[in-house]
Ligand binder design. Structure first.
Ligand SMILES: Nc1ncnc2c1ncn2[C@@H]1O[C@H](COP(=O)(O)OP(=O)(O)O)[C@@H](O)[C@H]1O
Ligand SMILES: [Mg+2]
Length: 266
């Protein structure tokens, strides 16, 4: 089982949109894929289930991972080809979400480890912007941290927070790769162009992907139809950039497994 955590401490940078596309892409590549909605705002859940629901309307939710006695059962919805573990508005109440503490981390780690019991090839985590165990715990499964960032100061600040969290995970001995993905680039903005140039010069420049996702309604439009952008607009050059990037992130993660040769599951 491999994990991708999509995280930035800033909201609105495209975490949910990119997590959904990564899950759709991996499933298309033939991987048994689960998307876990860690965000109590449940945006990913709403998009996949196509309805605004309370968690009580769904059979299971992410918070069930914290309850050892709960029966976990995963399902797909409509056109989306991956499984989803729906979010819950009660997720904010899991131990350690308000203030991270050792006991909260321990429980969250156990909750994440429960996901190893199932036969998923890949699990994609869509996490909330608010710091807490819901953001940190998925990273402890290793794999890759994908940080979407809009070329603006606040989003870059959120990215720096995410990089710091990743360092903490590395310090605890868990290998976690990092990919920085520039999203919502407005090509007419000189300010944003400057910001991108700057991102390509920082110490983390090697983690910044060469491709950039531009600011277009394509992504929200596609998701509203239950599709990834490349399924929605197969001839659109912008859509093929989304696919290329998602394929590369997933492939890099799988290749690592071969190189490392230390994955004992499956
Ligand atoms: N490349 C893009 N171009 C235009 N709109 C986008 C793009 N990526 C995301 N969005 C839109 O921006 C908003 C925030 O994206 P979302 O994925 O929900 O961010 P987050 O999960 O980080 O809060 C949503 O309305 C989404 O449809
Ligand atoms: Mg989100």
């Amino acid at each position: 089982m491999k994990a991708i955590t999509v995280m930035n401490r800033k909201g609105g940078v495209g975490k949910t949109t990119i997590a959904l596309h990564l899950a759709a892409c991996a499933a298309e590549m033939g991987l048994k894929t689960l998307l876990v909605d860690m965000d109590s705002q449940c945006n990913a859940t709403t998009i996949v289930t196509r309805k605004v629901r309370k968690s009580s309307d769904l059979d299971i939710a992410v918070t069930d991972l914290w309850d050892e006695d709960s029966e976990m059962e995963f399902r797909k919805y409509d056109d989306f080809n991956f499984f989803i573990l729906p979010g819950s508005e009660h997720a904010v109440a899991v131990p350690g979400q308000g203030t991270v503490n050792p006991e909260g981390m321990r429980e969250a780690r156990m909750a994440m480890d429960r996901l190893r019991e199932f036969s998923f090839d890949l699990i994609v985590f869509d996490v909330p912007p608010a710091p807490g165990v819901l953001q940190l715990a998925p990273m402890l499964l290793g794999g890759v941290l994908v940080i979407p960032v809009i070329p603006d100061t606040l989003a870059v600040q959120g990215m720096v927070g995410a990089i710091r969290d990743r360092q903490m995970v590395l310090n605890s001995g868990v290998p976690l790769d990092m990919t920085i993905l520039i999203n919502k680039y407005k090509m007419t903005s000189a300010n944003q162009s400057r910001m991108i140039e700057m991102l390509r010069k920082t110490v983390h420049k090697d983690s910044v992907l060469p491709e950039v996702f531009t600011d277009r309604v394509l992504a929200p439009d596609a998701l509203r139809e239950g599709k990834a952008v490349w399924q929605y607009a197969p001839r659109d050059p912008g859509a093929s950039v989304w696919r290329r990037v998602c394929v590369r992130i997933v492939e890099n993660l799988l290749n690592k497994e071969v190189e490392g040769g230390e994955d004992q599951e499956g």
